[in-house]
Design a protein around this ligand. Structure first.
Ligand SMILES: *Cc1c(COP(=O)(O)O)cnc(C)c1O
Length: 408
């Protein structure tokens, strides 16, 4: 995919380093993921997590394929609205919703209450607008066997959830239409079976008829390069495995109901959809040997790639740039920042030279959207089609993009 000519063409046109979004592979993966769920439970919808990567071109493709938008701030909500989303296809989650959250609620958007203080305000709004009808969903704080206490949602055990339902029952024009949960870092099939079992039990307990929807949040492994998969030290379930645990269970649970009464099933994939379809091309600047250690200095940083390179070595390909190469035994790939811990890859063994390009795979999630303006601006992102056609998705940042909000 990335021969030297392609890389030279792309970096000449858009600069170096560079993010590359492999658009055709992304679309194919999206369809496979969605189909594995829909084939088992037709009333399934993807709600794409904007925070994972809100690049508008990616979000637009998802919109065109029928996906909902899952947002957690006014900023992300505005991005979805600007892409043409109606409020009823935007899910607004999160512990702190800005002023636009109110607007979203008034316009019939999907909104998940995180705490009772928020619910009090929404109840007041509904009461002050008696001629209108309002809907909300509750985010449940449940235990699926994760090894931490989540801070999100209404606790199902301490009485908060019951209190929330009681509060809403006092307001004639406000209706709870859905239940939501999201628990991070719990990607096993076992954890998904627990999500399903627990959420279905609460739906049965609190709703006479099935709710309009149940949203199980995110937390499924992406399809990934085996070089990355083996570093997890656990079995990576397939989309089919997840769909069996989730969509098949929904099919079974709601078998007796006609299609129009079955709840819509949402999940909120971010990483699962985008991670494997953005690559990052950096360039080696020099090789240093200091007191028995080897360093390859790059024109990029861990901040471009995101948090994942702190815990895993991403799959990489070295594309020789033509200089005489030298053999490394255990080199760290280090970034342009002046931080000792700016390491993008640990313990590289092989041949590399200054001016070589290195392609880092699996950088789709929490990368360009998490890049701080620390020390330098961010680089450009392009969409690359299988036939080689490239199109810019994000321009390279300039001095003014960073300093515009400061007073000189
Ligand atoms: C972060 C988040 C997601 C997406 O998580 P990924 O691990 O990136 O897939 C989905 N839903 C909610 C509520 C989130 O906070």
């Amino acid at each position: 995919m990335y021969d030297l000519n392609t890389i030279k063409r792309l970096t000449n046109d858009y600069g170096s380093p560079l993010y590359v979004f492999r658009v055709d592979d992304f679309i194919e993966n999206y369809r496979i993921f969605e189909e594995s769920f829909k084939s088992r439970y037709p009333k399934y919808k993807i709600a794409y997590s904007y925070k994972t990567n809100y690049t508008p071109e990616i979000c637009r493709i998802i919109k065109d394929m029928g996906g909902y938008a899952e947002v957690v701030s006014d900023m992300e909500l505005m991005a979805a609205v600007r892409l043409g989303y109606e409020n009823d296809r935007i899910i607004y989650n999160g512990p702190y919703k800005g002023r636009k959250g109110i607007e979203h609620f008034m316009k019939g958007g999907i909104l998940h209450v995180d705490h009772l203080h928020e619910l009090t305000k929404l109840c007041d709004l509904a009461e002050n607008n008696p001629h209108m009808q309002f809907t909300i969903g509750f985010r449940l704080n449940i235990d699926i066997g994760q090894n931490f206490i989540s801070r999100f949602g209404l606790d199902v055990e301490n009485g908060d959830l019951q209190k929330a339902f009681d509060m809403v029952s006092e307001v004639g024009n406000l209706h709870v239409i859905g239940l939501h949960c999201h628990i991070g870092q719990s990607r096993t099939i076992e954890a998904w079976k627990n999500r399903v079992r627990i959420m279905l039990a609460y739906a049965d307990r609190y709703f006479e008829k099935p709710p309009r929807y149940i949203d199980l949040g995110s937390g499924m492994f992406a399809r990934m390069n085996p070089a990355l998969a083996e570093q997890f030290g656990e079995h990576i379930p397939s989309f089919e495995d997840y769909a069996d645990a989730v969509a098949k269970a929904f099919h079974e649970h709601y078998k007796a109901f006609p299609m129009e009464d079955k709840p819509l099933l949402f999940t909120e994939p971010g990483t699962t959809l985008i991670n494997s379809y953005v690559d990052f091309i950096g360039k080696a600047e020099c090789i240093k040997r200091i007191k028995g250690r080897e360093f390859v200095v790059f024109n990029c940083s861990k901040d471009n790639i995101g948090d994942i390179c702190r815990i895993k070595n991403l799959p990489i390909t070295v594309v020789p740039g033509g200089e005489p190469e030298c053999e490394c035994k255990e080199a760290d790939f280090v970034g342009y920042t002046c931080l000792e811990h700016d390491v993008m890859y640990k313990g590289f063994q092989g041949r590399i030279a200054p001016e070589d390009y290195v392609v880092f795979e699996n950088v789709g999630g929490y990368s360009n959207v998490s890049k701080p303006p620390f020390i330098s601006e961010n680089c450009a992102m392009v969409a690359l089609k299988r036939d080689g056609e490239a199109r810019v998705m994000k321009y390279r940042e300039k001095f003014d993009d960073i300093f515009r909000t400061y007073v000189f």
